[in-house]
Design a protein around this ligand. Structure first.
Ligand SMILES: Nc1ncnc2c1ncn2[C@@H]1O[C@H](COP(=O)(O)OP(=O)(O)O)[C@@H](O)[C@H]1O
Ligand SMILES: [Mg+2]
Length: 240
């Protein structure tokens, strides 16, 4: 479904990604783990065109999204991204935040968008917060609204970049529960997380990155019980 081949990324003199190759398959859940600064976010941002590789190719459904910008535009609404920092519009209510992209990108009427938005906010347990502004919501609620907004677009691929890193443990739990529910659906999810127990629970595959390289790609059970590389073993040891 998504194929990354020989990707490098340089920021000035710094080589941030070094020869990354990985295939992401449909209806699977991937957890990308690794120390901060290892290039996880840069890789994820490349999958929806927010960053462009210095070298290498990224194809989605066989189309090169680096070369074929027209295709990137058509596929982008199918790739939803959830950020650590929520990225909600502060001057819009929860409801309007979810409606906005629907109306703008999908060009549907306000009435239709409102119906979808309410349903999605209900799905994440935030339908009692429809008319609240982000400043009136808890961190967990903000992230659940952001997830509702992502789901409203009916994406095929969900990209999560440390969705709970800005949250306290209680809110982390409520957001992880929502994400778990979503990953059980027939979606392809790629999740950057430091929550190893959660990764163990929801991911089919663990991708371990270190210093701009993918060091290990293993099915989740293997990663945790029969870690293949010394570096990943050390990483896991330090996580406990
Ligand atoms: N736009 C940028 N310009 C310069 N350096 C960047 C930029 N984005 C990320 N980096 C650097 O790239 C490295 C990897 O960053 P990132 O992909 O965010 O890692 P991770 O998500 O694993 O913490 C970091 O050292 C970071 O400072
Ligand atoms: Mg990051």
């Amino acid at each position: 479904m998504i194929s990354v081949k020989g990707v490098f990324k340089q920021f000035g003199e710094l080589e941030i990604l070094k020869n990354i190759s990985i295939d992401f398959h449909e209806h699977q859940t991937y957890a990308i783990v690794g120390a901060s600064g290892s290039g996880k976010s840069t890789l994820l941002r490349m999958l929806n065109g927010l960053e462009v590789p210095s070298k290498g190719t990224i194809t989605i459904y066989g189309h090169d999204i680096v070369q074929d910008l027209k295709f990137l535009e058509t596929i982008r609404p199918k790739l939803a991204m959830v950020f650590q920092s929520f990225n909600l519009f502060e001057h819009f209510t929860a409801l309007k935040n979810v409606m906005f992209a629907l109306m703008k990108v999908k060009k549907i009427t306000a009435a239709a968008a409102e119906q979808i938005a309410i349903a999605k906010l209900k799905e994440v347990g935030c339908d009692h917060r429809l008319h609240h502004y982000p400043s009136q919501l808890s961190g967990g609620e903000k992230q659940r609204v952001a997830i509702a907004r992502a789901l409203a677009m009916e994406p095929e691929i969900l990209l999560f970049d440390e969705p709970t890193s800005a949250l306290d443990p209680e809110m982390t739990a409520e957001v992880l529960q929502v994400i778990k529910k979503i990953t059980l659906k027939n979606l392809t999810s790629i999740l950057i997380t430091h929550e190893m127990n959660f990764a163990k629970e929801v991911a089919d595959t663990i991708v371990y990155m270190d210093q701009g390289q993918i060091i290990e790609i293993s099915d989740t059970h293997t990663f945790f019980t029969n870690t293949q590389t010394e570096r990943a073993k050390l990483f896991l040891k330090n996580m406990i």
